[in-house]
Design a protein around this ligand. Structure first.
Ligand SMILES: *[C@@H]1O[C@H](CO)[C@@H](O)[C@H](O)[C@H]1NC(C)=O
Ligand SMILES: *[C@@H]1O[C@H](CO)[C@@H](O)[C@H](O)[C@H]1NC(C)=O
Ligand SMILES: *[C@@H]1O[C@H](CO)[C@@H](O)[C@H](O)[C@H]1NC(C)=O
Ligand SMILES: *[C@@H]1O[C@H](CO)[C@@H](O)[C@H](O)[C@H]1NC(C)=O
Ligand SMILES: *[C@@H]1O[C@H](CO)[C@@H](O)[C@H](O)[C@H]1NC(C)=O
Ligand SMILES: *[C@@H]1O[C@H](CO)[C@@H](O)[C@H](O)[C@H]1NC(C)=O
Length: 410
């Protein structure tokens, strides 16, 4: 019953952005966390922000199973532009690094069956100092549409904080007027919330397909836990605003880079899936180790994230420094009881897998009289009643991810 009730509450009340996009959390690849603003192509020919890098990533997205798994957007972040607009006031790419222009790159990305995303900034400059869209919103929206952009990440550096919300609404109108469906990724809460200003999530839902709520992720485990702390501390205020076509965005997956261990990588993937977070990888797909690639491609975890109910999961309990997150998902049984994804994230540092005894009843998962419970990483399944004790062994800073599915007819 509880899950049913929650679902009813989650139905968005206000109007939401209606561009037919991001019906489930967007999935893709973006260059920022891994490649930052590397523009010195003489020193770093294989890592600098240029056409070659994105063509190569498009090849790998299409050939290595990522597109098939759902990662469809290839998104350029900051540092692609020329420092000057062209003589008609339009944004243009750096001609040395993008000799064929952005439209040709978009065509290439599209030819791989992928969608193409780009970065802009509402302010006078981008965060890295390239031209911003302030005073050029309509022109830039048209330019992006002409380039056949499918996804715009609009950042908020060098902008007046009091102007941000209205500015993003205005850009959203210009994007709509181009007639091209473009996923609109907003950033204004990431500039307000860290200052203690509570963003207006009703307006976000009406304006954007996704929005960055909080600080940028870097390549560290403490970044992951800081972000989870903020999201859980604020979940009562923000979680209900996530749903079909409009999502809270805790920032990129850093799996496969340098900062997370294997267990921590599984943990980020599992909890991001439960939070219905956009799954935007930022890793060198040419050199990623297979064990990290397997985490990113795990079909069952992706299906938790992409579940059609579109509910953002929550931290429901912390037991012995183990955070327990749950998310209602399909399938439902004939009585309407939903399944649930359950993530146990250990904040323990004792250096051995910690044993936790718990029941589904402890987590209020009681709508059916029997559940199959599958451990996603261990690939084991048991059938239990809600009052049966299960033993969960969670490795330090690691995760156990379960899916509990009601047994029909019981
Ligand atoms: C293009 O990028 C290079 C660095 O790769 C830089 O030296 C050059 O000044 C840039 N050109 C423009 C017009 O921004
Ligand atoms: C523009 O907005 C209208 C009204 O919300 C919507 O029906 C339409 O699909 C939007 N078009 C695009 C291209 O986003
Ligand atoms: C959010 O904005 C809407 C629309 O402008 C307004 O009606 C509402 O009062 C605002 N909510 C808050 C909490 O300020
Ligand atoms: C991530 O770590 C960097 C470097 O330690 C820090 O500047 C940044 O604020 C952190 N972000 C979050 C979300 O914790
Ligand atoms: C289960 O429900 C009870 C009663 O509403 C509540 O006090 C408790 O916090 C809930 N526990 C979890 C893990 O959701
Ligand atoms: C998971 O377990 C099932 C049932 O034992 C087996 O058929 C399947 O091949 C296993 N999958 C993996 C990925 O190990």
């Amino acid at each position: 019953m509880l899950w049913l009730l929650l679902c009813a509450v989650y139905i968005p009340l206000g109007q939401t952005l209606d561009n037919g996009l991001a019906l489930t959390p967007p999935m893709g690849w973006m260059h920022w966390q891994r490649f930052r603003c590397l523009v010195d192509c003489d020193a770093y020919p294989d890592e600098c922000i240029n056409e070659k890098l994105f063509r190569s990533m498009a090849d790998h997205l299409a050939a290595d199973g990522y597109l098939e798994a759902g990662y469809e957007y290839l998104i350029i972040d900051d540092c692609w532009a020329s420092k000057e607009r062209d003589d008609q006031g339009r944004l243009q790419p750096n001609a040395t690094r993008f000799p064929n222009g952005i439209k040709a790159l978009a065509d290439y990305v599209h030819s791989k069956g992928l969608k193409f995303g780009i970065y802009g900034d509402y302010g006078t400059k981008t965060c890295a100092g390239y031209p911003g869209s302030h005073g050029h919103l309509e022109t830039d929206a048209k330019t992006f549409a002409e380039w056949e952009v499918d996804y715009l990440k609009l950042d908020g550096c060098y902008a007046d904080i009091d102007e941000l919300q209205q500015g993003y609404i205005e850009m959203g109108r210009y994007l709509n007027q181009t007639g091209r469906p473009i996923v609109y990724s907003c950033s204004w809460p990431a500039y307000q919330e860290p200052l203690g200003i509570k963003s207006n999530y009703t307006v976000l839902q009406e304006t954007c397909n996704l929005w960055r709520n909080w600080d940028d992720i870097d390549d560290t485990w403490s970044n992951v836990t800081n972000i989870l702390k903020w999201f859980s501390d604020n979940q009562d205020r923000i979680a209900s605003f996530s749903g079909t076509s409009h999502w809270n965005d805790p920032d990129m997956l850093i799996i496969g880079n340098f900062g997370l261990s294997y267990e921590q990588s599984k943990a980020q993937m599992a909890i991001w899936a439960i939070m219905a977070a956009p799954l935007i990888m930022s890793v060198d797909l040419r050199t990623i180790e297979p064990k990290f690639r397997d985490i990113l491609l795990n079909k069952e975890i992706i299906s938790i994230n992409q579940d059609p109910l579109g509910v953002q999961g929550r931290l429901v309990s912390t037991v012995k420094k183990i955070d327990i997150w749950t998310k209602p998902i399909l399938p439902k049984d004939e009585s309407g009881a939903t399944s649930a994804a359950i993530g146990f994230l250990s904040n323990r540092v004792d250096g051995y897998p910690y044993r936790l005894n718990i029941t589904l009843s402890d987590l209020n998962i009681t709508a059916a009289s029997q559940y199959t419970v599958k451990d996603i990483f261990e690939n084991t399944t048991i059938t239990i009643s809600p009052s049966d004790e299960i033993i969960v062994r969670v490795k330090p800073t690691g995760v156990v991810l379960l899916i509990a599915t009601p047994v029909s007819g019981k």
